[in-house]
Each structure stands twice: as structure tokens, then as C-alpha cells.
Write a protein that binds this ligand. Structure first.
Ligand code: A2P
Length: 318
């Protein structure tokens, strides 16, 4: 398994198990199957509301001797209602308690969007906190403290565009080490990836398979289906692999970390085997030329809430 290396030499396996949309009742099995299949990287977040069940699987695997804590890379994310100075460590402590861990390998600010502490998802303008009320630098300073205390070995962000990354970097003692973003052939994010790479920020691709199980509210009937794309399917046939494996291989061939979600034992195994698919430069050029450009997770659940102080330019390169 290939690794992404942090500047201190710590390593993050390039394929991790995504757990967003895995129901609490199925995620314990999914994580156990993944560890049995050889995954050593699990991607979590407080807002997925299944960290206790992920923690059950991790804890059982440690107790059985299936893996040691130090051999599994665990990421989690600070939810938007924990951005204030006194809230960041509370978010982390809850996640550690739920996951039943002493430390995280990587902790990310989930979105550059702040909510009041008692709000999980915004419904009106008053549910938000503006950048004036909670500057991103304040949240980042909280993340730096968590790293200093050893509660997270590495820290980073998710859904940050170039201007938000620059804003953090301008005030930081330590730059973000990772940016987790939606990335796949319909959203190659070349400019953002180049910026990250040239500033020593790793990139993790989320929704690499086109997130076909995303909530109904985030789906329209005519949205393109990435796994049905003719180029992807044609190349998968040529490589005798599945479209999902082809998409995972695409991210790996761009030297990215990738976190396909599955709650199915066979597909969990299959996705790890994508590491064996060797794409050529010509294959990569064909993928670069696929017809659609599409973002599946468009952030309108923050930007289009009536009275929201956040707009598309706070999230994306527009
Ligand atoms: P399932 O959990 O039933 O396997 P993304 O990682 O982009 O969010 O995509 C997740 C979606 O892709 C889920 O619906 C998941 O279903 C499905 N999926 C994951 N792995 C595969 C695979 N190897 N083949 C087909 N579908 C897959």
C-alpha cells in the first residue's frame, strides 16, 4: 500500500475507508471488514453521527489483536458548531470519547463555515456565526493547540479553497497538513491540488465514486452518474477492473489520498485492490477529457439558507 508522507515522516495509507453515509447499524461491520481486508486508514467525522459505532469496531479489533492502535490511521473532523475558541477542544474530546481513542492521527476543520454551538444544521441566518464573530484564525489556533497537546498528530482542513487556505496560512504557526476535498474525474480540482502541493498540504479526495448514495436532498434527477460514465467504463473493461476501482486508481495515480465509502464486504475488499490497477499516461489523458464537470456536494445547504452570511466564494474556486 502506498503512503502519503507528512513532513515529520509519519505515513498515511493512500486508501482509507470512508464512513460518511454508513448507518450506525452497519458501520461497525464495515470498519471490521475493512481492517480484516487490510485497510489501515479510517476516515470519520463527528457529523456522520456514527463515531461511537466506528469506535466499537476499532476497540474490538485492538482487543482481539487484529491490529494495534499505532498501525491504524484515524482521521476525524471538527463540526461547524465547534469553531469558537472554547469549543474546539470540546469537539475533539467528544470525538475521542466516541471513538474510544487517546489521540487522532489527523483532525480537520470540516468546513470553513461556523454555526452557533447549539445548531447542528442551519435553517436560518441566525444559526450562523460570521467570520467577524469567529475568524478562521481563531479556530485554527485551537487546532494548533490540539496538536501541541498530542491529541492529534496532524491537523488540517476540509472543503477549503485557495483563498481560505491563504487566510489560515497568513496567521498560522503551523500550516494545514491536509485538505480533504471532493475530487474525481468530473471535478479534478487541478488548480487547488497544485496550490496544496506547492505549499506542502496533502490532498485527500472525498466522494471519489460520485457519492451515489448521497442524501436525496442533495440529488437531482439529471445529475450525471460518475460510475456510469462511458470513458470510465471503457477503461475499466480494458483494465479488467470495475468502474469503482478505476476511479480509485485515478486518484492514486495523481498521488492523492482517497477514501471510497462502502458498507459492503465484497466492495470494501474490491476497493482496496484498486491499488493494483496501473493506469497509463494515455489513460489519464482520456479521463481528463471526460465530458462532464460536476460537483456532487455543492454546499448550498450552507450558502442558500435564507440569511446565510456564507456564499459560494467562501467555499469554492468560482
Ligand atoms: P455501498 O456502501 O453499498 O458499497 P463515495 O465514496 O463517492 O461516497 O461513493 C459511495 C457509494 O459508492 C455508495 O453508494 C457505495 O455503496 C458505492 N460503492 C462503493 N464501492 C463500490 C464498488 N466497488 N462498486 C460499486 N459501488 C460502490
Amino acid at each position: 500500500m502506498k503512503h502519503f508522507s507528512f513532513s515529520n515522516g509519519d505515513k498515511m495509507p493512500t486508501i482509507g475507508l470512508g464512513t460518511w453515509k454508513s448507518a450506525p447499524g452497519e458501520v461497525t461491520k464495515a470498519v471490521t471488514w475493512a481492517l480484516e481486508a487490510g485497510y489501515r486508514h479510517i476516515d470519520c467525522a463527528a457529523i456522520y453521527q456514527n463515531e461511537q459505532e466506528v469506535g466499537d469496531a476499532l476497540n474490538a479489533a485492538f482487543e482481539k489483536g487484529l491490529v494495534k492502535r499505532e498501525d491504524v490511521f484515524v482521521t476525524s473532523k471538527l463540526w461547524n458548531n465547534r469553531h469558537q475558541r472554547d469549543q474546539v477542544s470540546k469537539g475533539l474530546e467528544q470525538t475521542l470519547k466516541d471513538l474510544k481513542l487517546e489521540y487522532l492521527d489527523l483532525y480537520l476543520i470540516h468546513w470553513p463555515v461556523s454555526l452557533k454551538p447549539d445548531v447542528m444544521f442551519p435553517e436560518k441566518g441566525k444559526d450562523f456565526l460570521t467570520y467577524k464573530e469567529v475568524p478562521l484564525a481563531e479556530t485554527w489556533a485551537g487546532m494548533e493547540k490540539i496538536k501541541e497537546k498530542g491529541k492529534a498528530k496532524h491537523i488540517g482542513v476540509s472543503n477549503f479553497n485557495i483563498s481560505k487556505l491563504k487566510e489560515i496560512m497568513a496567521n498560522a504557526s503551523q500550516n494545514p497538513e491536509m485538505n480533504q476535498i471532493e475530487l474525481h474525474p468530473y471535478l479534478p480540482q487541478e488548480k487547488l491540488v497544485d496550490f496544496c502541493k506547492s505549499h506542502g498540504v496533502g490532498v485527500t479526495a472525498y466522494s471519489p465514486l460520485g457519492s451515489s448514495d448521497r442524501p436525496k436532498a442533495r440529488r437531482k434527477e439529471d445529475d450525471p452518474v460518475l460510475m456510469e460514465d462511458p470513458t470510465i467504463n471503457d477503461l475499466a473493461k480494458r483494465h479488467k477492473c470495475t468502474p469503482a476501482q478505476l476511479l480509485i486508481a485515478y486518484a492514486l495515480h495523481r498521488d492523492l489520498v482517497v477514501i471510497p465509502k462502502s458498507a459492503n464486504q465484497e466492495r470494501i475488499k474490491q476497493n482496496l485492490e484498486a491499488a493494483k490497477v496501473n493506469l497509463t499516461t494515455e489513460n489519464m489523458s482520456l479521463i481528463r477529457e471526460v465530458g462532464h464537470k460536476f460537483r456532487y456536494i455543492d454546499g448550498t445547504f450552507f450558502t442558500e439558507v435564507p440569511g446565510s452570511p456564507f456564499g459560494a466564494t467562501d467555499l469554492w474556486e468560482v
